[in-house]
Design a protein around this ligand. Sequence first.
Ligand code: NDP
Ligand code: 2IT
Length: 445
Amino acid sequence: MDLEKIMNGLEQKHPGEKEYLQAVREVLESIEDVVNENPQFESAGIIERIIEPDRIFSFKVPWVTDDGRVVVNLGYRIQFNNAIGPYKGGLRFHPSVNLSILKFLGFEQIFKNSLTTLPMGGGKGGSDFDPKGKSDAEIMRFCQAFMLELWHSIGPDTDVPAGDIGVGGREIGFLYGMYKKLAREHTGVLTGKGINWGGSLVRPEATGFGAVYFAKEMLATKNDSLKGKIVALSGFGNVAWGAARKATELGAKVVTISGPDGYIYDKDGISGEKIDYLLELRASNQDIVKPYSYEFPNAIFVQGKHPWEVKCDVAMPCATQNELNKEDALALVKNGVMCVAEGANMPSTPEAVEVFHDNKVLFGPGKAVNAGGVATSGLEMSQNSMKINWSAKEVDERLHNIMINIHNACVKNGTESDGYINYVKGANIAGFLKVANAMLDQGIV
Ligand code: NDP
Ligand code: 2IT
């Protein structure tokens, strides 16, 4: 495989799509040897076919504000690859959303979903709509307008969207209501649904819980555990909330959360009612964590900075892509970080990942660490198909086992000659092989 030739071609076709090109390069670097050892992949054009989405829907979303103004947002759904199951992946509502970001997320989702061992292909979608400061009625009208355009293209065996940044239980409810009205069917077309209308217990917590289960396995390779560890989290959304809960339950102390305005350092630990307060902060539709320091005065608010300057044993970036750069990685290493587990998708820049690898830090990439969210979406789909509900204990046990299996797959495919586990390589190879072999079986389509 000529990696540079492929990347040059892709850069020419999609100039400026930097997040997408970054994600593709990382995967191709990891799988280069495997592709070279398997000429059947090259002759079937697997690489050329896997790096381009099957199709992209792009549409306008006109809606009306509470005071009668017409606003036009852009909406997208990217159906990337359905070799092993229906397209599956979240919807992101954030002003930064563009095609490059959704293509990187959709591409990553292919390998993540493959790692879960469940039959799900890769997809992603969203809008540049900014939920910040909007009323519930405005969010409802936007979600309805978005679904009015999208509903033709999705279905329980075709493409099953879910939440991501800016899309939680409330938005899934509004989207589902409109789909149901248009399709006249009550089916598992979205995941993250309410518990009384087809949702799964543990789905809201699943990404954060799964990330902590994965970090626990990483530490176990060093005969260590989370007990007594200092954990620095970024973000204060769905993923950070679940991670804070599970890390605390396993005996760690979570000392930071962050928002676009800066970070909170709480030396007493963010536990109990303080974790519940994260939910209130999110529900306020404001992009700030500063109010935490008014509510809990022992905590310090550090304006305009990331939490990576704080001394910690475990770092879990749970906010957004490229939020942890080389300088942050060097600061973490200097302060003795043992383990970095990515709750968000691609939060560390390639230069930061290199620092972690060079310093033999345990480094778990998002597509492995945060796969518990979509895995539990897969469990929601299974329950919908069987028309039954599993108990929280049953879902949590399945989630835990899936995370252990993903960790094993990374160890199997990523252990280097000196014993260091390269989780990036392990996750990419394991995720790729299953999809590539399925594509081979199904011919050139
Ligand atoms: P939420 O919307 O619940 O929270 C996102 C958090 O990140 C918020 O604190 C948000 O602040 C912050 N954030 C978003 N964009 C930026 C930005 N440009 N700069 C700084 N901070 C930012 O989303 P989730 O918790 O669901 O998602 C967090 C990450 O986890 C994302 O990378 C997502 O793709 C990933 N993920 C989510 C899964 C899920 O099941 N929800 C599953 C797997 C991965 P604000 O909104 O105020 O800007
Ligand atoms: O990035 C992700 O894996 C998600 N946002 C969850 C996707 C899903 O379909 O549950």
